[in-house]
Design a protein around this ligand. Sequence first.
Ligand code: SF4
Length: 335
Amino acid sequence: MDNLKPAQALNDRQDLGPHQRVPDVEVSKSPITGFLWLEITGKCNLACVHCYADSAPDRSHGSLELEDWKAILQDAAALGIGMVQFIGGEPTLHPHFPELVIFANECGLEIEVYTNLTHVTPDLWQLFEERHVSLAASFYSAEPGVQDAITHRRGSQRRTLQNIKAALERSLPLRVGIVRVLDDQDVTEAERMLRSLGVQHIQLDRVRGIGRGQDFGIAEVSVGELCGSCAAGRAAIDPDGWVYPCVFSRWLQVGNIRDQSLEEILMGKRLGRTRAVLATEFAQREQASLQCDPQVVFCPPKMPCPPQQSCSPNCPPSVGCPPPPMPPGRCPPMA
Ligand code: SF4
């Protein structure tokens, strides 16, 4: 692997994207990541029209077992990774979700859960409070019918709103991303509604042309769909163990946790080279335009935000982007 040429370092099947030149870059080592997305399931109770993970009720939890995820958390803590985000699919549907949250907490990791907030049981609220979990969710419209049409689930907007209020009542850290999916979607009113409830951290995003997002007229995935924050300090692991620079760059597989340790992948040249190539692409993008669309404040399709700004939808607002590394935690025994 160490002798890979730049194009090979990205992926055996795909490069950065169609028609994109891969710059000739050299890197020695990939820096350790400060933030990990843990995509623990592909299953979701919703079936959003634009879902980048192509999640739906009939998807699976993937091939990684509970012990695999625990080993990842243990390795993450040992490597000094500061924060993990449980995401999916809907991560709370994973049968071992509570156990994983507890384990991550006992490893000393900061935890964020990216959830659709449509179904939160009393036990889960207790878990979130006791384990100091931050929450993140997507929202679409002040009009229930509009949001329900996007999520393909009647009543979803009402439930999400209820649970946004419940999270605020419990003083749980919460950020909400409003995703513009439809041309006539009133995101301004959606934002006004959330702010009136007391949501302080709100970000706007657009549909990414990844997964079902490709149904929105984007035929092929490319780095143009990435916001620019995945070039350093973060990585994502999917339900089958594949590792990418971020949850959106799913075609840029840099290894699989079933074949290599987390440290080998994060310190490996494949990830290092991929990040370097992405950083070069993002730098060129930054030179092309430093302007952001005022209507969609981060990562608009043709006018991306500068890469070093915190424009990732999954960027934890409370701790910056990326979060600072923490001292290695001590995990409980895995048995
Ligand atoms: S976008 Fe989120 S809530 Fe919607 S189907 Fe995908 S994972 Fe589920």
